[in-house]
Design a protein around this ligand. Structure first.
Ligand code: UD1
Ligand code: UDP
Length: 363
């Protein structure tokens, strides 16, 4: 079975790593890895291939950045001839980025079977570009792999045939569990001159938080406040760095003496930063899940989440972005009031193996 596996953006890499690994051990699967080039900076892409042991992509579409319509269309235009040339049996997509829906829709229109890993997650917020990508990808997929029970329920409600849906666990957590020990060796704390549990980690990149001054400025206020009593390490996504500059907010960030605003860091360094932190403030999807396993309190700077299990087990709290609300939640974490109570079912490091077993028995 020839399977073309798609990656494009940073979080796709943590998801594909254990899948490629498991496919390479399976005699009946011939895996091809395709990078769309949606993310291209060394520290948003290449670095992760080396750190996570992902094989070099067989193909790179090198589409780069553009508006949603242009980026999606460029990926589709470049992917169609690849499918014609390689004649895969299956295309496998992960997550919810533009590369996911672009390649997924090309595949199904050419009669190729489509597998979606991380299916069924819903924030029920259609102003999120990812929510549109999730709904569209799930509606055309032949086999849908879910990380949590809410995903299974959402898909059933949307009319997906139950035999296509499989709860298999979380490939991002496969990667975390595989690399946790190696991350211990990271020198990032010494490099940044910080100690254990004396810092918060911050990431921000959702358009709803960073693409307007009205949304971003209150978050700068939050940063100013938190860094008064805790070092804040902020590996800054390129979108966000650009927006801080565009809205004239960079100088306020520079004035924060306890803020370490750095370029995005590699996976092992980031894991070490999270694991040794007092808390994480984020609008990332994947980081809500990783902090659940690390047992680190996570304050999610959003009004909704497509990953409700992280809130149910207690490690994650939705705090919006209104400064008084975020800071109240921050203070309660500092007083030790946010405790995680467990690990979601099947987040045990074996999701990729289950995916391989289902694919090979399904077709
Ligand atoms: C994308 C995904 C988002 C995911 C995020 C992970 C979509 C719709 N969004 O958002 O779901 O959470 O990736 O990080 O697919 N840029 C660089 N270098 C890079 C990549 C991007 O400078 O290597 C800058 C460019 O100015 C670009 C901007 O970042 O315009 C945004 O990149 P894009 O891929 O469009 O969206 P993300 O915000 O990264
Ligand atoms: N991450 C990283 N370095 C960073 C920030 C994040 O390695 O500087 C990792 C993080 O551990 C997680 C993934 O990137 O595995 C999350 O990606 P991102 O937040 O960009 O995307 P999302 O999950 O929101 O789609």
């Amino acid at each position: 079975m020839k399977i073309i596996n798609i990656v494009g953006a940073r979080p796709n890499l943590m998801k594909i790593a254990p899948i490629m690994d498991s496919f390479s051990d399976c005699a009946s699967i011939d895996p091809i890895l395709l990078h769309t080039g949606q993310h291209y900076d060394r520290n948003m892409s290449d670095l992760f291939f080396r750190q996570l042991g992902i094989p070099e992509p067989d193909l790179n579409l090198e589409v780069g950045s553009a508006s949603h319509a242009v980026q999606t269309a460029e990926i589709m235009k470049a992917f169609e001839p690849v499918v014609l040339e390689h004649q895969p049996d299956v295309v496998l997509v992960v997550g919810d980025v533009n590369s996911t829906i672009a390649c997924g829709s090309v595949a199904v229109k050419m009669g190729i079977k489509l597998v979606h890993v991380e299916a069924g997650l819903r924030s029920f917020d259609r102003s999120m570009p990812e929510e549109i990508n999730r709904i569209l990808t799930d509606s055309i997929s032949d086999l849908l792999f879910c990380t949590e029970q809410s995903g299974v329920e959402n898909l059933k409600k949307e009319g997906v045939a139950p035999e296509k849906i499989h709860l298999v666990g979380n490939v991002m957590i496969d990667t975390l569990l595989r690399h946790r020990e190696r991350a211990e060796q990271s020198s990032i704390l010494e490099d940044l001159g910080i100690g254990q549990r004396s810092h918060a980690v911050l990431t921000l990149h959702r358009p709803s938080n960073v693409d307007s001054r009205e949304a971003l400025e209150p978050l700068v206020e939050v940063i100013e406040e938190v860094q008064r009593d805790l070092v804040v390490v902020f590996p800054t996504h390129p979108r966000t760095r650009g927006k801080l500059r565009e809205f004239g907010l960079s100088s306020r960030m520079e004035a924060c003496s306890n803020l370490k605003m750095v370029d995005p860091v590699g996976y092992l360094d980031f894991l070490k930063l999270m694991e040794s932190s007092k808390l994480v403030l984020t609008d990332s999807g994947g980081i809500q899940e990783e902090t659940t396993i690390l047992g680190v309190p996570c304050l999610t700077l959003r009004d909704n989440t497509e990953r409700p299990i992280t809130v149910e087990v207690g490690s994650n709290r939705l705090v919006g972005r209104e400064p008084s609300q975020v800071l109240a939640a921050y203070r309660s974490v500092m007083e030790g009031e946010q405790q995680s109570s467990g690990v979601p079912p099947l987040w045990d490091g074996h999701a990729a193996r289950r995916i391989t077993e289902v694919i090979t028995s399904f077709w």
